[in-house]
Structures are given as structure tokens and as C-alpha cells.
Design a binder for this molecule. Structure first.
Ligand code: NDP
Ligand SMILES: O=CC(=O)O
Length: 323
């Protein structure tokens, strides 16, 4: 008999078929307590779980006594209670390499669009305000040659450094828990402590996971250390930044502009002050959202679950020690 799995995200037809070749699949719309109660037998017998953007905590694990592996269609796994999974020896698989280059493209898009005010001036053109040759009130600031500070020199940080160094001739400062030789040798990156990076960078780009250590890593004190001309970018996770402090820093002119793909609450509430600020580019968490990359992520996640439930976890596993 095929092992049972719960699928909580729609997949392209060919991937759904591949999953069904290996498993008896129950598709559900989400992992809410109501949905779990509605499909209690399926959850009780499931050995695998596949989807994204839903909380997987000990309360859910209690309803899934046979669970052996979870596979998330994402690289970030802050919505999983990893300690609870480890305690139950449940494998957690993710999609680290499938999205790296696409997310680095998104970061670069945020840098360019905030610096050159792309969204703001395009809206002014659409509103019929381009009635004569433009003046300095429509100008932006340069990107090329300016100093880029990258907080989080992991896979995506490195891909961003590559774009900035070769494409835009930007000197690179970076901070992470450890030094990264590759960033230094290939992109002339300079490792520095967070304070130095905040003080010296023209662009401060965050691409960090959300953990106990990174929660509100950037708040009032950190914005105060940045240049008044600094442009702040976050595409990691919203709660890494104290959003109230970010709003105040923008309102008080402590920083110049912000480009954001992630927020403390998603979707961003429509009454957020961020949405009224012309110097903020706010995106709906689209870091990896291209057709090609989202397909590759889903495909990787399907393969990850097949491998994990067959006892083959050579890559893409967050907690291989529980094997
Ligand atoms: N907006 C979006 O759609 C997307 C957002 N993301 C987010 O980006 C994150 C990063 O992805 P990826 O680059 O693949 O991950 P990696 O694990 O490759 O890199 C994470 C980096 O963060 C650093 N880091 C972790 N904790 C700290 C800390 N306390 N202080 C300083 N640096 C720290 C790590 O340091 P060290 O190298 O020293 O270990 C590492 O350099 C994901 O976890 C996810 O949250 C990812 C994809 C899409
Ligand atoms: O935010 C997206 C991810 O893959 O993590």
C-alpha cells in the first residue's frame, strides 16, 4: 500500500501526478484546526505533509501520530516548530537552491526601484503629471558605485553580492555569524560588525532567516545609526525588523527610503502607514514568485518528500540528524 500524505498547496498537474504515483494523497485547503478536524482520519494516517505558508506546530503534530516527513515549498522554515519535529523524529525538507537567483533578482529590483523612484514616478506619469521636461523633484539617486551592506551572506546574499559587484561596481560590506571567504575572494566583500555596516552602507539589504536571534534585529537604535541618505531593503522576513521603528525612521527622515518584500503582518494591512509613503516600495512577498522558480520549488519539494519517505535524505534537509 502507498504511504498516505497530506497536500496543503495546489500543485501543477504533472507534479500532482508524480506525487500520486508514490503516495495516496489527500488534498486539503489549509492546516487550520477546522480542516484538520474535517479530515481527521487522513491526518491521523498521514506519513508525509507537503505545502507552504502554514504553521506546523506541536498541536498539529499531535493529530499526525504517523508523520515521518514534512516538505515545505520554501527555503525559510520559521513557520515550523523544529524542536517539536526533532522530538518526534520527523524530517523537515526545504527548497534552498531552487530560488536563490530569483530572490537575488528581486532584491536588486528593490534597490533599483527605491533609488530611482521607479514606482512613484511611473504612477505620476499615469496620473498625467508629466506635462513638461522633469526637474530635480523627480530625480533619484545612483546605485552604481555606492556601498552595499548585505546582512546575511548566505546563498541569496552571495547571489546579490555577485550582481552588485559585477553589474553595478558596488563596494560590498557584509555581516553574518561567520566570515565568508567566497564573498571576499569573488566579490571583494568586507566583513564587518553590524554597527559598522549600518553606519557605512548607502544601501542596507537584509536577507536573513527569522530566528530567536534575528527577531527585531533592526529597530530604533539601528535606524539611528544609518546614514540619513540610506536606503533600507528587507526581503528576508518581516519580523526581523521592528516595523513601528521603521515607520518612525521614515517619517522622521532618519533614512531616505525603503524597499520591502516582507512585513510583520502579511498580507500588509491596508491601513499601514507604509502604504502612504511615496519613498516606500512595498511588494507582496514576491521574492521567488516567477513561473519558472515557483515550478522548480514545487518540483523540488515533491522530490524531497519522495526521497525522505524512502529514507534517502542526502540534500535539502533541515534536520538530517533525526534520520
Ligand atoms: N522574500 C522572499 O520571498 C524570500 C525570503 N527568503 C528569506 O531569506 C532567508 C535567507 O535565505 P538563504 O540565503 O537561502 O539562507 P542561508 O541559510 O543560505 O543564509 C542565511 C544567512 O543569514 C545569516 N544569519 C543567520 N542568523 C544570523 C544572525 N543572528 N546574525 C547575522 N547573520 C545571521 C547566516 O549567517 P552564517 O552564514 O554565518 O551562518 C547566513 O549568512 C530565508 O531564511 C528566508 O527567510 C528566502 C527566499 C525568498
Ligand atoms: O519566503 C520564501 C521562502 O522560500 O522562504
Amino acid at each position: 500500500m502507498k504511504p498516505s500524505v497530506i497536500l496543503y498547496k495546489a500543485l501543477p498537474d504533472d507534479l500532482q501526478k508524480r506525487l500520486e504515483e508514490h503516495f495516496a494523497v489527500t488534498q486539503v485547503k489549509n492546516l487550520s484546526p477546522e480542516t484538520v478536524a474535517q479530515h481527521a482520519d487522513a491526518f491521523a494516517s498521514a506519513e508525509g505533509l507537503l505545502g507552504s505558508s502554514e504553521k506546523v506546530d506541536s498541536a498539529l503534530l499531535e493529530k499526525m501520530p504517523k508523520l515521518r516527513a514534512t516538505s515545505t515549498i520554501s527555503v525559510g522554515y520559521d513557520n515550523f516548530d523544529v524542536d517539536a519535529l526533532n522530538a518526534r523524529k520527523v524530517l523537515l525538507m526545504h527548497t534552498p537552491t531552487a530560488l536563490t537567483e530569483t530572490v537575488a533578482d528581486t532584491l536588486m529590483a528593490l534597490v533599483l526601484s527605491t533609488a530611482r523612484r521607479v514606482v512613484e514616478v511611473a504612477e505620476r506619469v499615469k496620473a498625467g503629471e508629466w506635462t513638461k521636461s522633469i526637474g530635480p523633484d523627480w530625480f533619484g539617486v545612483d546605485v552604481h558605485g555606492k556601498t552595499l551592506g548585505i546582512v546575511g551572506m548566505g546563498r541569496i546574499g552571495l547571489a546579490l553580492a555577485q550582481r552588485a559587484h559585477f553589474g553595478f561596481n558596488m563596494p560590498i560590506l557584509y555581516n553574518a555569524r561567520r566570515q565568508h571567504k567566497e564573498a571576499e575572494e569573488r566579490f571583494n566583500g568586507r566583513y564587518c560588525d553590524l554597527d559598522t555596516l549600518l553606519q557605512e552602507a548607502d544601501y542596507v539589504c537584509l536577507i536573513l532567516p527569522l530566528t530567536d536571534e534575528t527577531h527585531h534585529l533592526i529597530g530604533k537604535a539601528e535606524f539611528a545609526k544609518m546614514k540619513k541618505s540610506a536606503i533600507f531593503i528587507n526581503a528576508g522576513r518581516g519580523p526581523v525588523v521592528d516595523e513601528k521603528a521603521l515607520i518612525e525612521a521614515l517619517q522622521n527622515g532618519e533614512i531616505h527610503a525603503a524597499g520591502l518584500d516582507v512585513f510583520e503582518q502579511e498580507p500588509l494591512p491596508v491601513d499601514s502607514p507604509l502604504l502612504t509613503m511615496p519613498n516606500v516600495v512595498a511588494l507582496p512577498h514576491i521574492g521567488s514568485a516567477t513561473h519558472e522558480t515557483r515550478y522548480n520549488m514545487a518540483s523540488t519539494a515533491v522530490d524531497n518528500l519522495i526521497d525522505a519517505l524512502n529514507g534517502k535524505v542526502e540534500k535539502n534537509c533541515v534536520n538530517p540528524q533525526v534520520k
